[in-house]
Write a protein that binds this ligand. Structure first.
Ligand code: ADP
Ligand code: MG
Length: 675
């Protein structure tokens, strides 16, 4: 144990932040707001909270540290618990949506920004905390931006700030790259503490594989793989970090790498140091934490590590020993798509500042190299200078409801670090009105107050509450849980296995009584839950057991929220359960309704009139000609617009709901919003 402690201390004592420990603690003591900046990897996230705890800040309350990404919150908490030699969940814990690993004793709480926002709803004065650390502010996630505005609003005013508190709250805002002047000015010219850090030069080269015409192709995975192998066979020792966009792509790249690296004839000398095998490690959001831990371990002697990651490795997590970067130039991003009027997870070119950040990962401890697979034209024509803050590109519906419930009536003049376009705010108000969450005067309704309690998207919550009012919440609870976890259907890489899995999934769909993707989710949930050996059942049916286990837990948590609320109107319904189920879905998804127009093409009814196709993963794919009206959960845009998770409906069920999409006058709502 003592050697472990020595090793740990030795490592954390070498981080750039360590020399500034005393001054940092002093700076936090001296003012309400403090901005801290420093290169990624300097020790902000893992060390600063420990310093504050050692300095006695935990005596007055907990310290919370927000992260925009759920994996980061979990991984960092694990790391800090390890450094402090305590059990995760005791002194150091984490809380992310549907997974709370904290206890009464928790002093350092790493949590997602979304979770802290929910806590503000229950306790606007944040009375349990002595320090709130907003971390990774440069990422400009929607929830972090809103928290910044709220904290500024409440805690800039000394008397307001002490309401319901025994001691003043400290707010520390940490950022890797963002212009600190802007942050400091926003927070009333608060002090800035910059942690000086040394970085080493990174040589960047552009490639030929991706040009302005390749925005839609995913051929770059092959290119990335061959570059990684080139680096492996011709460059000096040092680990490789590859940036791709998501799980499927990463798994494919790892499979390819594995195949090809196997066939390399090892035993050659690369300049001064022998490099033998290649250790290939994927890193993405939804992978098991056990596997994630491996990423941080140094590779065995003579072996080169190659981490294939999403953007999470750009700033949230720092892997030591990286000397080579391979940059695909793409990222998965949630964007509001005005063509279909919905938020869509899209693969888009990264910004130039993002590209610099990625390259910088190779220069932490010595000079490094960054290989970009895209051309100069791609850099110049397709990549924006900066990444647009999430608040300016995604739906604000949930956030606006939260603000309204916090008593922020004027959501247009809220202190935004960068205000979203007014039409996005109006769009959110309109949606809330359509869901009956606010009234014509922009005031939160009883239903709105109930809706805000659920960590789900508003439409899904609306459907769930409708079901609850009919006493059939069981159906929607399971569906909501299934839609809140990662993909549950296994897609094997091998074509034969793929066929087998497809067959099995089709059988599950057919079993669910009338083909309907929501029904399939429900049926998978119920069948697995009632099976004697659920994990074996999953294996037999090509279902991810881990995902289903989470779904079970999520369902219980949603049920608890519902039980706590209880007080909602009860409506009677005479009809069969299947119809009731689909009618409840209509109440939440009438904004996502489409009618078949010609052939297999459907036309959405939300005023956008987009032409959409049913995605091949749906059990209704190839049955289009038998359908008339459908509703859908989400949309995927490639060369076509696809809808996924589809349910056939009848026009009568949405007849009274659809006019709502056009009835509301946004100007009326906006004049109220500006009051
Ligand atoms: P910053 O927040 O300034 O970017 P961090 O506090 O995240 O810096 O990281 C500081 C150091 O801790 C880095 O060298 C990083 O590699 C190391 N580190 C962070 N998490 C882990 C982990 N889970 N395992 C091993 N090392 C880690
Ligand atoms: Mg950090």
């Amino acid at each position: 144990k003592s050697t472990a402690k020595y090793r740990k201390d030795n490592q954390s004592l070498q981080l750039p932040i360590y020399k500034h420990k005393a001054k940092l603690v002093q700076a936090v003591k001296e003012s309400t707001f403090l901005v801290v900046t420093g290169e990624t990897g300097s020790g902000k996230t893992t060390q600063l909270p420990q310093y504050l705890c050692q300095a006695g800040f935990c005596k007055n309350g907990k310290i919370c540290i927000t992260q925009p990404r759920r994996v980061a919150a979990i991984t960092v908490a694990q790391r800090v618990a390890h450094e402090m030699q305590c059990t995760l969940g005791r002194e150091v814990g984490y809380q992310v949506r549907f997974d709370d690993c904290t206890t009464q004793d928790t002093e350092l709480k790493y949590m997602t920004d979304g979770c802290l926002l929910r806590e503000v709803l229950a306790d606007p004065g944040l009375s349990h905390y002595s320090v709130v650390v907003l971390d990774e502010v440069h990422e400009r996630s929607l929830n972090t931006d809103i928290l910044l505005g709220l904290l500024k609003k409440v805690f800039s005013n000394p008397t307001e700030a002490m309401k319901g508190r025994a001691f003043p709250l400290k707010v520390v805002v940490m950022s890797a790259t963002m212009e600190t002047d802007k942050l400091s000015a926003f927070l009333g010219d608060c002090p800035v503490f910059a942690i000086p850090g040394r970085t080493f030069p990174v040589t960047c080269t552009l490639g030929t594989a991706v040009g302005p015409k390749d925005l839609q192709s995913t051929g770059y995975v092959k290119e990335v793989v061959s570059l990684a192998l080139d680096v492996h066979t011709s460059e000096k020792a040092g680990d490789i970090l590859v940036f791709l966009t998501g799980q499927l792509e990463i798994e494919r790249a790892c499979d390819l790498l594995f195949e090809k690296a196997e066939s390399i004839d090892y035993r050659y000398d690369v300049q001064d140091k022998t490099v033998d095998g290649l250790l290939i490690l994927p890193l993405y959001g939804s992978m098991p934490t056990e596997q994630q831990r491996q990423i941080f371990q140094p590779p065995p002697p003579g072996i080169r590590k190659c981490v294939v990651a999403t953007n999470i490795a750009a700033t949230s997590l720092t892997i030591n020993g990286i000397k080579y970067i391979i940059d695909s130039g793409f990222v998965k991003q949630l964007n509001h798509n005005s063509r279909v009027g919905m938020d869509i997870l899209e693969v888009v070119p990264i910004s130039k500042s993002e590209a610099l950040q990625r390259a910088g990962r190779a220069g932490r401890t010595s000079a490094g190299k960054c290989f970009r697979i895209y051309t100069k034209e791609f850099w110049e024509e397709c990549m924006p200078e900066y990444t647009i803050p999430e608040i300016q590109r995604t739906s604000l519906t949930a956030v606006v409801l939260t603000l309204k419930c916090l008593g922020v009536h004027d959501v247009i003049r809220f202190p935004y670090l960068d205000p979203p376009e007014e039409r996005f705010i109006l769009e959110a108000l309109k949606q809330l009105y359509q869901f009956d969450a606010i009234d014509r005067f922009g005031r939160v309704t009883r239903l709105g107050e109930l809706m805000v309690e659920f960590p789900l998207q508003p439409g899904l919550t609306r459907a769930l509450l409708k079901a609850a009012s009919h006493g059939c919440q069981d159906l929607l609870l399971s569906v909501a849980a299934m839609l809140s976890v990662e993909n549950i259907f296994i897609r094997p890489g091998h074509p034969d296995k793929q066929k087998e899995a497809d067959q099995s999934h089709r059988a599950l769909a057919a079993n669910s009584g009338g083909v309907n993707d929501f029904g399939t989710l429900l049926s998978v949930f119920q069948q697995c839950k009632s099976s004697e050996r659920p994990s074996a059942w999953c294996k037999d049916n090509w279902i991810h057991w881990r995902a289903l286990k989470s779904a079970f837990s999520v369902e219980t948590q949603l049920r608890d929220i519902l039980l706590r609320l209880r007080d909602f109107p009860v409506e009677k319904f005479d009809g069969n359960k299947n119809e009731l189920f689909r009618r409840c879905l209509c109440t939440g998804y009438f904004t996502n309704v489409a009618r078949r127009s010609v052939g297999k093409v459907f036309c959405t009814m939300d005023g956008h009139g987009s032409m959409v196709h049913i995605h091949p993963s749906s059990s209704l794919f190839d049955k289009e000609m038998e359908l008339d009206w459908i509703l859908f959960h989400d949309v995927l845009v490639t060369s076509r617009v696809y809808v996924r998770t589809v349910c056939p409906i009848r026009y009568e069920w949405v007849k009274d709901l659809l006019p709502k999409l056009h009835e509301v006058d946004v100007y009326e709502l906006s004049s109220v919003a500006r009051e």
